[in-house]
Design a protein. Sequence first.
Length: 206
Amino acid sequence: MKIVLIQPKLEKTIGQIADEMHNHPDADILVFPEGYLNENVEEACSLAKRYRTIFIGGYRRLQERPKDRALIINRAGEIVLDRVKYSETVFVREEGLTVGILLCDELIKMGLSVRQEREIDLIVHPIGVGMYSEEQFEEWIREARRIAVSQQVMIIGASHADGSFRGSDVSIPIAYAIDKEGEALFIAKNDVRTRILDFRAKSVTV
């Protein structure tokens, strides 16, 4: 199973997703950051259906609070998961995988502290903007490792290539994949190139 993790720049459209799908039309899953879609969900559903690819990431309902939501669109272009940020984590079964989403700081504020009753195959961690310090970067990777080992699940995440938290002068783009033993398949800091992860082989190409 081919998973493509992208770190697009913030934009009002979803042109960068369209470009990535043109470059990787055989992708099984496309992972993108928290909020990237904004309110362009219908267009994303059409792209997912066109390329027969599962989309996992986040979007915004700009008139609501909290505005951020977790989203999974299946190969048929149908929304199979849509939950508001800071609500209970929900898991769906797609392509033989049980998948859940932790949105950005849900990793730290909520996590997955209790072993789930059913086996989880993949946690996707869409992150909004980059880390505001080296200490935060290390903290988030450390917590991702803890969740991977405690839940015996692969966890993968990616932020936008740009943007800063509450106007911070520092913004460190982050992307990673950690297997259920807590071993890093890759950890990217200030390197926003697209990664292609083979879920079964646990191999990564850039």
